[in-house]
Design a protein around this ligand. Structure first.
Ligand code: P6P
Length: 334
């Protein structure tokens, strides 16, 4: 079958053998994500029409105002993942602690934990800018049949078995990897089917786009300041273009297609940066490396970092290989 009209379901079946665990498990995991993505997509696309905009009047562990769609997206992803008898635990940006899922199946064979940022970039919702869902999937490390523990979630990113995002943009796309490259599927909303639209996505090794919140410039480490000035200098293929949407999934997606680097460095205002290691940086790092890119904290590979807390933050440099390496050079000099 030509790839241009292959559905997500057909793709999963065709590539099931690449998933290093039992055949039906990947299908169940991705199908749960797919269903939740369609439900959240429906709500995101009509957000302007119903009273679902604005905050839910609560704040999450990050101390950020919870947007109503944040709360809804969180509930939908948790609900669909719980119903699939495949997941034993879930961690979410919107939940203070992880959720243990006790299977109805008394021998409790559920083997996977899922970590999600249910609606990243949600501050953009009210101004109609693209937002996204980010997910990261691990095999549990504690014995199957016992209650899931924090150790099952605090695994280094290199242990991920799958990761991806949904981008709710001009079109809705599901982009994911199971360690065999990155593939993008676009939703046909008329029939609710995802089609393979971007097979084997790859970061160009070089790019001409840098994405960073330059409003924080004076607070950045000297190495980051020097790299930004390098990007802006009239020399060779520079100056680069500055593009920063304020939505990680959107900036990452554009940079993967066009070439570029996304940076959320540490600063004097945020000693560890802003992005969370477990459900933002690790899944995006897995995708980046599978797409011939790199993901670093400015000094080391993101996926080597041993997490110590569920909501810990790390500085994040991610994208085209040569751009990330150049940024690391400037960081090393300072
Ligand atoms: P700032 C959204 O809150 C997010 O986590 C990323 O999606 C985005 O790139 C970043 O934070 C924006 O943060 O501080 O530049 O507004």
């Amino acid at each position: 079958m030509s790839s241009k009209n292959k559905t997500l379901g057909e793709f999963i079946i065709e590539n099931q053998t690449e998933f290093r665990y039992s055949t039906g498990e990947l299908s169940k995991l991705i199908n749960a994500i797919r269903l939740a993505a369609k439900v959240v997509n429906h709500e995101v696309n009509k957000a302007g029409l119903v009273d679902i905009l604005g905050t839910a009047g609560d704040t999450n562990i990050q101390g950020e105002n919870q947007q109503k769609l944040d709360v809804l997206a969180n509930e939908k992803f948790i609900q669909t993942l719980k119903n699939r008898e495949i997941v034993c635990g879930i961690a979410s940006e919107e939940e203070d602690d992880f959720i243990s899922i006790n299977s109805q199946d008394e021998n409790h064979q559920n083997k996977y934990v899922v970590l999600i940022d249910p609606l990243d970039g949600s501050s953009n919702i009210d101004v109609n800018v693209s937002v996204g869902t980010i997910f990261s999937i691990y095999r549990r490390i504690t014995p199957v049949g016992t209650p899931v523990t924090l150790d099952d979630f605090l695994q280094p990113g290199k242990n991920q078995v799958a990761a991806g995002y949904i981008i709710y943009g001009t079109s809705t796309m599901l982009v994911y990897t199971t360690g065999h490259g990155v593939n993008g599927f676009t939703l046909n909303p008329a029939i609710g089917t995802f089609y393979l639209s971007h097979p084997n996505m790859q970061f160009p090794e070089d790019g001409k786009i840098y994405s960073v919140n330059e409003g924080n410039y004076i607070h950045f480490p000297q190495g980051v300041k020097d790299y930004i000035k390098y990007c802006q200098k009239e020399e060779g293929d520079r100056p680069y273009t500055s593009r920063y949407i304020g939505s990680l999934v959107s900036d990452f997606h554009r940079n993967m297609i066009k070439g570029g680097i996304y940076m959320y460095p540490k600063s004097s205002k945020a000693q560890k940066g802003k992005l969370r290691l477990l459900y933002e940086c690790n899944p995006m790092a897995f995708l980046a490396e599978q797409a011939n890119g790199l993901a670093s904290d400015g000094h080391q590979r993101i996926m080597e970092i041993q997490p110590t807390e569920l909501h810990e933050r790390v500085p994040f440099f991610c994208g085209s290989k040569n751009m990330v390496e150049k940024a690391e050079e400037f960081m090393a000099k300072s």
